[in-house]
Ligand binder design. Sequence first.
Ligand SMILES: *Cc1c(COP(=O)(O)O)cnc(C)c1O
Length: 394
Amino acid sequence: MKKAKDTLIRPVGYPQSLSTPIVTPLSTAVAFASNTPDELDAQYEGREQGFTYAREGHPNASVLAQRIDALEGVSGGIVTSSGMSAVFAALAALLDAGGHVIGGDQLYGRSLRLMKEDLPRLGIETSLADPTDARAFAKAIQPNTKAVLVEVVSNPTLRVADMEGIAALCAEKGILLMVDNTFTTPRAYRPFDHGADVVIHSVTKLLAGHSDVTLGYVAAKDAALQKKLYDFAVTTGLTASPFDCWLAERGLATFDLRFERAQSNAVALADHLAGLPGVKRVLYPMRRDHPDHARANALLGGRGCNMVSFEVEGGRAAANALARAAEGIAFAPTLGDVGTTLSHAASSSHRALTPSAREALGMSEGFFRVSVGLEDSAALNSVFTNAVQAAAKA
Ligand SMILES: *Cc1c(COP(=O)(O)O)cnc(C)c1O
């Protein structure tokens, strides 16, 4: 006869081992069993460490969050299901109805939408201002202004925000400074060292780095704000998948190497593009002709990051020809991948604007953004030579 314990669905625990795995195990468990109610109390009251229910935290999210915490110089950050859920958590957890937030006017597209559509619907007032000029932010301040949200380098024109001016303004007025550090990454800029209260990442991009996970990260310097972020994320279910966290942790292991290679390729590509006939302009913060060159040098320690934008002559036909001729370069609306990707503002991030509104922002049909990857630099440059030639012939 079978013993009762052999008929149980979950009779055996995880195999015990005196030695430990050298790679973080993937833990897909939704629930964690405790021995007694006393032990559960101890965990909930913080006297003992441990997990209870995955939405409230799981090992793979904890390990990943701690890795990013270390890069950003903070503790207690949380990993969320996407970059956008991290942006939303920061704004919705730390602002109340009746409050006001000022955002950079060139924020990531969905962050702009959050500012324009969703937050006002929830009773949070919003304004947009030019982050390259702290005076524009000063003008936008209202008596109920509680927070500012900026990206250090804007998309896709790669303008560099006046971080020192904005941080000084926030400190003077007692306003929370929230920084989306996705483009710059802690390798080029550590917002907490420069007065930020909250740091946000789309981990999807350079930190995970392989275009195979969607994840976000948000951390506050202040423990009470951190607790609010955590509770908001748990209550609204912004939990990240363990597998995504596991992949991102693996990606992070090579983040430093990937960043340095991608950015040195970007320097070379920006200079290469600038020398090609048919290229009207190149935007790269480390080039002398960039409007924020001096600020980029001061803020980013000479690191221009891996994004390069450029413009070629011609309309849609030239843009089509360029994308088609860019062999081995994915024409795709993302960034931070190991491989170089190419995106086109007029047909993706800025498609909702009228052509004349796009022209005003400098984003004609011939305007492209490159997220530079880890390819051989000379080979990459020659692909762009061919692509730009194809555009000129179209
Ligand atoms: C991609 C991106 C986001 C959104 O991240 P997801 O992971 O796609 O949700 C937010 N901010 C910036 C700057 C981004 O590039």
